[in-house]
Design a protein around this ligand. Structure first.
Ligand SMILES: [Zn+2]
Ligand SMILES: [Zn+2]
Length: 201
């Protein structure tokens, strides 16, 4: 099946030959190769062209991009090539208040992980199976780096995190952790969206 072929391609490509990988580096940890990223993107755009919705809508509502502001006016000029979500978001995305943002800003990377990873894990069963498998891989890689939940991570913050989408929570990892972890989170989200595009969900 075509879809299966593409998904297999994405899953298997990184773990096959990779001449630059040192013998001490565990498999599956290396960065996505640029050619592969381009390949994923071309599949993604092709999938978008087949559907009536936009590129940014794939993975809705957990993995999609922000809702498109043009849709509420005279339609979106970018149509299906729009990088924002064209599907209705009945529950507006809850973002963090300033106090919570300042709190996360002041934490060490391990403490940010301790706060955000449990919320991501709770959200995982809302993803379709291929994206959930990729999410699980990311969480397993990051969890050993999490410290104990810091003082001040109160119920209000936990509640707000519990209302955020998977993509929204991933955004916190890209904003409040190290450059290295931010790259990992971005790459994983990109792949999860591509997988959503391929299965058109
Ligand atoms: Zn959406
Ligand atoms: Zn749009």
């Amino acid at each position: 099946m075509d879809l299966r072929y593409h998904l297999t391609f994405i899953d298997e490509k990184p773990s096959t030959e990779s001449p630059k990988r040192s013998s001490s580096e565990p498999p599956g940890q290396e960065r996505e190769q640029p050619e592969e990223a381009r390949h994923v993107e071309s599949l993604w755009w092709r999938a978008a062209a087949l559907g009536a919705r936009s590129v940014g809508s794939f993975g809705h509502p957990e993995l999609c991009c922000r809702p498109c502001v043009h849709l509420t006016r005279n339609g979106c000029p970018a149509a299906e090539e729009c990088l924002y979500c064209h599907l209705p978001h009945d529950v507006s995305r809850v973002s963090l208040d300033k106090r919570s943002r300042n709190f996360l800003e002041g934490l060490r990377v391990g403490a940010v992980l301790a706060v955000v990873l449990p919320a991501l894990r709770q959200r995982m069963d809302r993803l379709h199976p291929e994206a959930a498998a990729r999410a699980k891989e990311l969480l397993q890689a990051l969890e050993p780096e999490a410290e104990v939940i810091p003082d001040g991570a109160n119920r209000r913050l936990q509640y707000r995190l519990g209302t955020m989408t998977f993509a929204g929570l991933m955004g916190l990892l890209t904003r409040y952790t190290s450059d290295h972890l931010a790259d990992q989170a971005r790459e994983a989200l990109h792949q999860m969206r591509a997988l959503s595009a391929l299965c058109r969900c």
